[in-house]
Design a binder for this molecule. Sequence first.
Ligand code: ZN
Length: 293
Amino acid sequence: MFCINQRSIKKEILIKGIGLHSGQPVNLRLIPAKSNEGINFVKEGKVIPAVIDYATGFEFSTTLSKGNVKISTIEHLMSALFFTGIDNIYIEIDAEEVPILDGSAIKFVEKIKKAGIEILGEEKMYAVLSKEVVVYENGKFIKGKPSNTFTATYHAQYNNRIIGNRKYTYSNLKADFENVAKARTYCFLEEVEMLQKMGLAKGGSLDNAVVFEGDSVLNPEGLRFDDEPVKHKVLDLIGDLYLLGYPLIGDVYSYKGGHKLNAAFVRKIIDEKAFDIKCSSQIGIRNFGRLVA
Ligand SMILES: [Zn+2]
């Protein structure tokens, strides 16, 4: 019987950067872990598992906390771990926010590939959606349906010529994760002042975010893809879905959702026991797609 084993990294990875919202310098140390240890953040000696029970903040990013220890903007790193198939890792951090790097997940993916993937002894486990789950909020919704594989669709509807009314679907079967991993976070110039008044986006610049002014892009290099913003929304969705503690098998459709709705969706899947934990051999070879080598 074919099966896929759990993964970690072969050796430690050091990453330096700044927080998008805090503007503070931050050092991240990714440390190999054993089978079934899961994804855990470590700060000030406290271990915070990267699961929905510890997710506490959803304003413009996803935050984990335990007691008074907080770690925010975890979603791009979480999606990089999903794309590289990492099930077990420790992420030691010396500040409140994961570094933003270039605003996408691709730098994390590249560092993990360079360090190498360690195949562990135990079989990889998946959360297989067993019934339809829907969450709504102010005309936005996320709907999950049982499937043989994993797809994540984002449907954006902005009154903006570039973002406009667009959809993008990531599928395990297409194995096109780089298209999603490279998509950068974005904001509107009009929002920047408001965000900064709220104490957010202090580390934001054209090096780590796409900035729109009306219908034009202020970054001199332009967009990486025509539909980079909607692809970034897929990236955020995938990162937040990984707070289930397992990669999901199911079709997920988000209409204008954000971090808060993503978290509510994950919470509902767990509260309604709408999933079964299955190992890879129970799912079938073609359905989890190609993982990063
Ligand atoms: Zn994001």
